[in-house]
Write a protein that binds this ligand. Structure first.
Ligand code: SAH
Ligand code: SF4
Ligand code: F3S
Length: 475
């Protein structure tokens, strides 16, 4: 092995007060066309932050002449963009790495690269070094911009390269991007997370919270409008704390959202909101502009004050319910969804009942629900009062039944109504049927001509099902 730079989680915990600098991306002047006549495939795990990073990786590769393929057998390069949020997410990747070993035996020139959040954990890097020596390149979330340099090295030297930084560098603007979708775009407005919820690995894998300057965000969205994009989703682990890291300027998420709503983009979405920073001025801006979608993903995690405290979520059940009510009062047609963890250490039956109670009162129209998974290096991983896995499973099933009722009720309220749908293409499960999402983020299936793809179309909803709506085009 030639190049080795391992991360460590205790350095990754460190936070500095200063505002992070912004620099422009510099092309690799002396590396050209290393992907000529070569093909690549990327697998993306995890959240939208990874989806957005994958588009940068694709951009970097395509600038070098690599062409995308859809099956592994045809690829000269495979990149796995990984997620570290729960153990099963990691196990999937290790399973895939095992499978790739036999591929590499058949094709020794195959280059395997691991990117994303898993390499930010030292234990993962150790495991790759010991057990998966067929992996050629390991890099993390803080050095995606250097991927081409690493590839060039591995192609020339034919040696393994492991290069992971524990901490973030500057914000890099104007990185190349090859976007997956022609109508909907991810737009990062900030990176990292400073919340340190006690169960969560993200503040370690993504570094300190840092906001992009508004000029760059506005410029990016103006370009997207020119290219015919209809929808942008603003991304951050906690978008509500956008701008709080600016030293000189006072400019927060409500200000940004308002400036963006004045642009000629039909749909603006954002994710994820932390309940503690959700201001009334933000609610007002969402209520005021019709191009800000009435859809808010507001992870609550638990309904028990005892557990919320141990999770370091910085709000109580009562404060959360008060926020939900303020949102419903100002934006009555809004759809709320959430994330919930069951089986957090110390969660009693009464704590769980509090969660069910909160779910009933919040009228969620969907949720991602998880069984707590200990992440090495986080405080909760050392908590002793673990919940029996069988009990946690039963709680998850019970919670999911309740969530599904809310899902159906949320869909039912659109029956016999006309909704606006951004048509994405033919449905994956039913060829010949078009599908797309409404302003409230409801999936709609309907039949219609191909020419509707990429347009926002009025659809009359005939039937609501638990996971989707069936409708027809309004003539
Ligand atoms: N920044 C976002 C998303 C974080 S990850 C937010 O704060 O909401 C997405 C979800 O994964 C979290 O909301 C949480 O519900 C879940 N999650 C995070 N760490 C977890 C863990 N250790 N075990 C189980 N679920 C976890
Ligand atoms: Fe994780 Fe909490 Fe940050 Fe979300 S806000 S990424 S759950 S630490
Ligand atoms: Fe996973 Fe990293 Fe996102 S851990 S959820 S891909 S920030």
């Amino acid at each position: 092995m030639q190049r080795l730079n391992k991360p460590d989680l205790s350095s990754a915990r460190k936070r500095t007060k200063n505002q992070v600098n912004t620099i422009e991306y510099e092309n690799f002047k002396n590396i050209k066309d290393i992907g000529k006549d070569k093909s690549y495939i990327i697998q993306t795990h995890g959240c939208q932050a990874n989806e957005a990073d994958t588009e940068v990786i694709r951009g970097l590769l395509e600038d070098q002449g690599f062409t995308p393929v859809s099956v592994l057998e045809e690829a000269d390069l495979v990149v796995i963009n990984t997620c570290a949020i729960r153990e099963n997410a990691e196990n999937k990747v290790f399973g895939e790495l095992g499978r790739l070993k036999s591929f590499k035996r058949l094709n020794p020139n195959l280059i395997i690269a691991i990117a994303g959040c898993m390499p930010q954990e030292e234990a993962v890097v150790e495991k790759i070094m010991k057990k998966y020596s067929h992996v050629d390149i390991v890099f993390g979330t803080h050095n995606v911009n250097k991927f081409i340099e690493y590839l060039d090295y591995v192609i020339r030297e034919k040696k393994q390269l492991i290069e992971v930084y524990s901490n973030e560098g500057e914000i890099i603007e104007h990185l190349p991007q090859a976007r997956e979708n022609r109508f909907k775009a991810w737009v990062n407005i900030m990176f990292g997370c400073d919340e340190f919820c006690t169960y969560c690995i993200v503040p370690y894998t993504r570094g300190k919270e840092r906001s992009r300057k508004k000029e760059y965000i506005i410029e990016e969205i103006k370009e997207l409008i020119k290219d015919g994009y209809k929808e942008v989703t603003l991304l951050g682990q906690n978008v509500n704390s956008y701008g709080l890291d600016f030293v000189e300027e006072k400019y927060d998420f409500a200000d940004l959202l308002e400036d963006l709503a004045k642009l000629d983009i039909p749909r603006i979405k954002f994710t994820t909101s932390h309940p503690k920073d959700f201001s009334d001025s933000l609610i007002d801006v969402i209520a005021k502009y019709p191009n800000i979608m009435p859809f808010i993903h507001l992870p609550v995690q638990s309904g028990s004050n005892n557990i919320l405290k141990r999770m370091n979520r910085k709000y109580t059940k009562e404060e959360y319910l008060d926020l939900v009510n303020r949102i419903y009062n100002r934006i009555p047609h809004v759809s709320l969804t959430t994330d919930i963890i069951v089986g957090f250490p110390g969660e009693s039956e009464t704590d769980f009942e509090e969660t069910l109670d909160l779910v009933r009162k919040s009228r969620f129209e969907g949720a991602y629900t998880f069984i707590y998974s200990p992440r090495k290096g986080t405080p909760a991983a050392t908590y002793k009062e673990t919940v029996d896995p069988q009990v946690a499973k039963q709680r998850l099933y019970k919670l999911n039944d309740l969530i599904n009722e809310g899902f159906l009720a949320g869909n039912k309220r659109f029956e016999k109504q006309v909704v606006k749908v951004l048509v994405e293409g033919y449905s994956k499960t039913n060829k010949g049927v078009l599908s797309g999402y409404t302003e409230n983020n409801k999936l709609v299936n309907f039949s219609g001509p191909e020419s509707l793809i990429g347009n926002i179309v009025d659809i009359y909803i005939e039937k609501a099902k638990t996971w989707s709506l069936d409708g027809k085009v309004v003539q």
